[in-house]
Unconditional design. Structure first.
Length: 307
């Protein structure tokens, strides 16, 4: 039987927490023990609300892998490169662990995060914590439906699970980026202008035709193919977040894939441009504050051998 993956593939939920931490020197064994017990903690919280759909996916960065698990190492685990073009530059954050908590209700995410942090108290430094919410018909705060073209069913499994790295098959790679939007500039555009930025209709969510869709639209730059013309899919579960009182309107981008190279190609298209200079119009209204790459081991790997 192939090893049991973590719950990377699942239905979109109403609530999520994205927690990114650094493990302080000396905290490696506490972090490793917490990761081994994570599934049990998830059951303790999730089983009390059977319709709550609580899941938690843990990811480990390249430098954290070296410190916590050593060798062997997943073949494509490395630090997220910075993508720098003439106009836009991405951000790479120093990060060790990602916890992606999802549920139908925020209280379940909150409770599990509390248990995780209680175990990690004193041994980690929090880099970032974002509480995301599902907004109307799965729209981002720019007002567009986000997630439509995600693969589903077997296609999703094939898109996200590593299948060519023997010891690490069944795992996945995940890239996160926290974006803030300039809503004042965005709201100055007409709906038709906004549709040209994204590449889809705002109300109906229908994709613009090839004639209508500009080469610098978000969709045009993020549909990528291999040399045989097959589309390369990733699984996204972006979440809006924000505090309107402070002018904060954001999208937490999260993308899972069987190889980080697919998401990195998309980031290169967006920030450097394809061809170079033809950058994603969404970046004229969206600024990344963070960015990191993690490997998501199988559930069995995290739990470790029974001793
Ligand atoms: C599609 C929003 C960042 C990759 C979309 C769509 C929206 C959207 C509204 C169209 C509906 C859909 O299929 O989901 C955003 C926002 C972002 C963001 C607000 C943050 C500023 C990113 C990043 C990547 C990415 C950083 C990749 C590195 C994709 C892909 C699609 C997509 C692959 C589907 C393309 C297709 O097959 O049609 N995004 N996105 N997005 N986005 Fe993003």
């Amino acid at each position: 039987m192939p090893p049991e993956p973590q719950e990377v593939v699942g239905p979109l939920t109403r609530a999520a927490i994205f927690l990114v931490v650094r493990v302080n020197p000396g905290g490696e064994s506490v972090a490793k023990d917490l990761l081994a017990d994570l599934a049990g903690l998830q059951r303790s919280v999730g089983f009390r609300s059977l319709d709550g759909g609580l899941t938690c996916v843990a990811g480990i960065s390249s430098s954290a892998w070296d410190r916590i698990y050593g060798s062997p190492k997943p073949a494509e685990l490395h630090d997220l490169p910075v993508f720098a073009g003439d106009k836009h530059t991405s951000v790479t954050t120093k990060a060790d662990l990602l916890f992606h908590l999802r549920a139908e209700r925020m209280d379940l995410c909150f409770e599990l995060e509390s248990l995780i942090m209680a175990r990690l108290e004193g041994v980690v430094t929090v880099v970032d914590e974002v509480q995301g919410f599902r907004y109307f018909d799965a729209r981002d705060v720019l007002g567009f439906v986000d997630g439509t073209e995600n693969p589903t069913g077997r296609g999703a499994v094939e898109a996200v699970l590593v299948d060519d790295d023997e010891a690490f098959n069944g795992g996945s790679y995940v890239i996160v980026q926290k974006y803030l939007h300039d809503m004042t500039a965005w709201n100055k555009l007409t709906t038709e202008q906004q549709e040209l930025v994204i590449g889809r209709r705002k109300l109906s969510d229908v994709e613009l035709s090839d004639d209508e869709k500009p080469a610098d639209s978000h969709i045009a730059l993020n549909v990528i193919e291999d040399e045989d013309g097959n589309e390369l899919d990733i699984l996204r579960d972006n979440m809006p977040f924000g505090r309107p009182a402070y002018g904060e309107f954001g999208t937490y981008f999260i993308g899972y894939a069987k190889t980080p190279s697919i998401i990195e190609k998309m980031l290169e298209n967006m920030f450097v441009g394809s061809p170079p200079g033809n950058t994603d119009r969404i970046l004229d209204f969206s600024t990344p504050l963070t960015g990191a790459l993690f490997y998501v081991p199988t559930a069995e790997f995290l739990e470790g051998p029974i001793v």
